[in-house]
Ligand binder design. Sequence first.
Ligand SMILES: NC(=O)c1ccc[n+]([C@@H]2O[C@H](COP(=O)([O-])OP(=O)(O)OC[C@H]3O[C@@H](n4cnc5c(N)ncnc54)[C@H](O)[C@@H]3O)[C@@H](O)[C@H]2O)c1
Length: 345
Amino acid sequence: MSLRCAVAGLNRGAGFVRRFNANPHCEVVAVCDPRREKLAEQTEAEGFEDFARMLEKVAPDIVAIITPGPLHAPQSIAAMEAGAHVLVETPNVYSVEEAQAVVAAARRHDRKYMLSEDYIYMGWCVRLSEYIEDGALGEIIGGMAEYTHDCRPARPLTAVDETQAQAWRFTDLPPLAYSSHTLGPLLYLMDDRCVTVTGIAGGRREIAGVDVFPLETAILETEGGRTINLTNGFMLSHPFIWLAALYGTEGSVRVINTDYRDPDALQVLVSTDDDPQWRDWPMEWHTCDDDADHTQVLVNDFVDSVLIDSPPPFDEARSMDFCLPGVLAHESAREGGVKLEVPLF
Ligand SMILES: NC(=O)c1ccc[n+]([C@@H]2O[C@H](COP(=O)([O-])OP(=O)(O)OC[C@H]3O[C@@H](n4cnc5c(N)ncnc54)[C@H](O)[C@@H]3O)[C@@H](O)[C@H]2O)c1
């Protein structure tokens, strides 16, 4: 069986064209981007500048939505209403109302909907989940994470930047809305979900001509009685850094990544009661089996769920678990740090 796939948003999305075509059950028949030069790079698929027109004309089985964040929820709903299954980049929603509408559309139309949260598919996360399952850290009692870097525009924003659908790097979008790369792996490794969130943001500042909250922190309580604290900021004066910690009753782990393009820049440090000092995991534990491209594995898993009609690895409810608490953290911060409940789906 060959699934007819479409990819919207052809910057990062170009990699998804390649990965869907690399799956033996898929063919990318359509691509969508308002930028004609991006469409011109994809010679094998029919190009569309307009998303609704693409859905109407092609009626794809699967749509990968790799467009700027604020378009994700409306495009996901439109795609599912048109009968397609949806794989969507992070952040998948920016409000509780969007989350409710996306979940309702997935269920009403009986479509697979999955957040493309690739960090969970990275080699270290897969191995860490096996390590935790084996009980090496005892019971996990909490976690923390920071994801901060310098996305300041190198030049003042032009009207084109702003109208080009709110390019995610250069906006005043709340930093904690982009939290699935940290919260996703933590919740996955804890097998848990957040039930409350309290957010704190320092004041807004104008940085590089953009009016932003440069730094936000959230404290989250989980269903399993754990605590998580998250800090995000994307207009800061240092290069990419992503770090996460899990605290267990018999050991702890720290994962630190200082360059997302370089696997050697990742460190996994473990300490256990049996060996109470920080040990660096061997490099071969950082990568996927057979050195596989982790995002290809994610795409293949999603395709399998469509082919055999089983729930995707992160269904519509789980996808919301990874993004919505961060969105609510921003709401909480705006309300002066009031504790908010995270809705159940
Ligand atoms: N998982 C990760 O590690 C990771 C890394 C980078 C980006 N992302 C996410 O991927 C998404 C895309 O990131 P990017 O870096 O490619 O962003 P980008 O802003 O550079 O590119 C987005 C593309 O979408 C196109 N576009 C704009 N409006 C459109 C529309 N209505 N229909 C179709 N296409 C449209 C733009 O022309 C552009 O080519 C973002 O949501 C971002 O948060 C995830």
